[in-house]
Design a binder for this molecule. Structure first.
Ligand SMILES: [Zn+2]
Length: 265
């Protein structure tokens, strides 16, 4: 069932792209479709080539992983938080450019393991703020800004939370100026705000002006993540049995914004 959903998702994207083309363009492309599909089946690498799928669901210890480095204290007040080296290099370059423009970038959260995400999730599940809700409603409220363990992009080592975990911080004064700088320049360093304001119909998490993803890696990880069977993906935490009903993969994991057109990524 899940693979069918992925196919439908890609078909939907294809339909939207196709809708912008003239009839003659579409006819020409349809005539070429068969050979394109055959070629891509033969030449496209498997979606998880070179990627450890179990790491993407949070089975990871970045402190002892050769592909990770600690985020230096120049960029964070947290003593030991980690990113994949390629993402950290890009973030370091972006922070230097931001500094020249007069902004300090501070990493508030980076890689989180399944265990770490489980603690965040279960703490919220049992907190007074959510106790008055029935389970499905409670999970939906928590999912406004937090992921179920096993489905967080923070497992991947490519995503960061910057400066403040409140949209209001980025809506006036220094926060707004930083957000405008990020919106204009982050893409040049590979970073994308994946949880935008939903005005385009994006499903899933609410807007997060603080969450930025290193797209050159995370786009491959997303492709791998959704290619895997998810039957036993969610278990071992409060409300895990609701994952199918809530559409964690379709509505939340796939509910992201991508880099703007023209950025060639
Ligand atoms: Zn985040």
């Amino acid at each position: 069932m899940f693979k069918n959903q992925v196919v439908v998702w890609f078909m939907s994207v294809g339909f939207l792209l196709g809708a912008c083309k003239s009839p003659s363009q579409r006819i020409q492309e349809n005539q070429a479709d068969d050979s394109i599909v055959r070629d891509s089946l033969e030449t496209t690498p498997p979606p998880c080539a070179g990627i450890d799928w179990s790491e993407l669901k949070g089975n990871i210890n970045p402190s002892s992983h050769p592909d990770f480095d600690v985020v230096p204290i120049a960029l964070t007040r947290k003593p030991k938080i980690y990113l994949r080296k390629e993402a950290l290099d890009a973030l370091t370059s972006m922070a230097a450019a931001a500094k020249e423009a007069g902004f300090d970038i501070e990493v508030i959260s980076a890689t989180r393991s399944w265990e770490h995400q489980k603690n965040i999730w279960n703490r919220k599940w049992s907190s007074p703020k959510y106790m008055g809700f029935a389970p499905l409603e409670r999970a939906t409220k928590i999912l406004e800004y937090s992921s179920m363990p096993g489905s967080s992009r923070h497992h991947w080592g490519t995503d960061v939370d910057l400066n403040a975990l409140e949209n209001t911080y980025f809506e006036s004064g220094r926060g707004l100026a930083l957000y405008e700088w990020l919106t204009a320049h982050a893409d040049a360093f590979g970073f994308t705000q994946v949880y935008g304001d939903q005005s385009n119909g994006r499903t899933g998490y609410q807007e997060e002006k603080w969450h930025w993803s290193y797209w050159p890696l995370s786009s491959d990880y997303l492709r791998c993540y959704v290619s895997q069977p998810n039957d036993a993906l969610f278990s071992g935490f409060q409300g895990a049995e609701l994952s199918d009903t809530l559409g964690i993969i379709d509505r939340y994991v796939l509910g992201i914004d991508r880099p703007k057109e023209g950025t060639n990524r």
